[in-house]
Design a binder for this molecule. Structure first.
Ligand code: IYR
Length: 224
């Protein structure tokens, strides 16, 4: 509880009537359901301020012991993007040409993916989400982080919603293995790449696969 070393502050989140809650939750769901992963980007620029707001939103995610074990690398540099593309494609080519199982390749067919990652060059921004397996305290000593994958996964979810809210699109790209990113971005030893996310506007007349999402009964087990 509140103490001299660890003070508490009053917290009074906004509350709604039952009717308003139903309306708001339904509206939010309908809005969230419009989000789609997009692979074809427009080169149209997006202001830095928008990207910073989006990343600050991601960083509002809960995290183990409030350690916020993440770094977001925000990349617009054209030659760095090209380098990342080249390195990602080299790994992806090996994956598509043999590292991935036949059933995996088959599962990806509806998404129309392949080893080519043109979007890394075209999207105006690339966010690389780094997870910090551990940190350093003010004396440079190793400091623990907790539930790092869970924490960074939640932050990535917030990030995708913030991108959707700004009227932008993204792709959660996971080139594998990802260690080439640490080297290309000169990241410290305590950070590991988690996701590479191109962000921008969709290309004109972008198409997405005609997918549907699981129903209530598919995803909820009730224990009344
Ligand atoms: N990382 C590869 C393959 C890939 C894997 C999954 I699972 C996807 O949902 C989509 C792609 C790629 O990015 O192409």
């Amino acid at each position: 509880m509140s103490s001299k070393e660890h003070p508490y502050i009053k917290y009074s989140p906004e509350q709604f009537s039952e009717e308003e809650m139903k309306q708001k939750s339904e509206n939010f769901y309908q809005w969230a359901d419009k989000r789609r992963s997009v692979r074809d980007f427009s080169p149209k620029e997006v202001p830095l301020e928008v990207m910073e707001n989006i990343l600050m939103t991601a960083s509002t995610a809960p995290s183990g012991a409030h350690k916020q074990p993440w770094t977001f690398c925000l990349i617009s540099n054209t030659s760095l993007k090209s380098k990342l593309r080249e390195l990602a494609e080299a790994e992806e080519k090996k994956s598509y040409d043999g590292r991935m199982s036949d059933s995996w390749i088959k599962d990806l067919e509806p998404l129309g993916t392949n080893w080519e990652k043109e979007f890394i060059d075209i999207a105006p921004w690339i966010i690389v989400v780094m997870k910090k397996s551990y940190d350093f305290d003010e004396n440079g000593k190793k400091a623990n982080n907790y539930y790092v994958s869970e924490s960074v996964g939640i932050a990535a979810g917030f990030l995708l919603m913030a991108i959707h809210n700004a009227g932008l699109v993204a792709l959660t790209h996971t080139p594998s293995p990802m260690n080439f990113i640490s080297k290309a971005l000169n990241r410290p030893e305590n950070e590991r790449p988690y996701l590479l996310i191109p962000v921008g506007f969709p290309a004109e007349n972008t198409m997405v696969p005609d997918l549907s999402r699981k129903s209530k009964d598919d995803i909820i087990e009730y224990y009344p």
